[in-house]
Write a protein that binds this ligand. Sequence first.
Ligand code: GUN
Length: 283
Amino acid sequence: MTKIIDGKAISQAIKDEVKDTVDALKKDGKEIALAVIQVGDDPASAVYVNNKKKACAYVGIRSISYELPEVTTEEELLKLINDLNNDPSCNGILVQLPLPSHIREDVIIKAIHPSKDVDGFHPENVGAMLIGQPGFLSCTPAGIIQLLKRSDISIEGKECVVIGRSNIVGKPMAALLLRENGTVTVCHSRTKNLKEVCRRADILIVAIGKPKMIGPEYIKEGAVVIDVGIHRMENKKLCGDVDYDAVFSRCSAITPVPGGVGPMTIAMLMYNCVLSGKDNPNR
Ligand code: GUN
């Protein structure tokens, strides 16, 4: 029997835990606030940003919204980030990516003070994660670790294969699996024999960005499959990087799309915001 890993239910449980902590902090007179910055009007980003603001409202975090025009300069954005860095009433700063091409993402990420970097993208937080020190963890990979742990899937000693090496998902995912004592392989576009490598995986994490690319020929019988991809098909339905129906019966557990990894990213963002207001790892 294949277990469907219910990201909706697990993310709801995390949001409810966060809500309890936020309520307790409020009783001590502490309010948590997150600045959410979007530059331009990319429709996908607008949906993500809106969902983040909704989650803030649910858990009781104040969201401060900045919807900046596409023509915003890098200098203007840096000025806003600097003001928010120095504003003690703002606990977290989130700049939605991607940014317009005239703004350098790495410059913006580095400008956010590490103690307010609730996305966990600042090099200081990435470095801290790699060497096992306290800091903010990148939300999607941290959410995947929670999905596994809360589904009683152990990572220790398992063959973990990550497809994708982005700074947001693949690389931090590999580091977190290693931290949980998994044996980790990272695959990418130049990997030779991708199918054979994937077929070694007890836990396969797929973040390639290609709809339904991973079929049953990539899956070891009984593997756990985590699908990070999300794509809108021509028939308007959503699908992941994994061909869910085709691989389902080969897996011991799998995340659906939607309702798997997606909602976990926002739940972990809420978790990071609370960490930021409570016992900030960087302060
Ligand atoms: N764009 C896609 N995913 C993310 C994310 O987790 N955080 C931010 N800030 N932008 C993104």
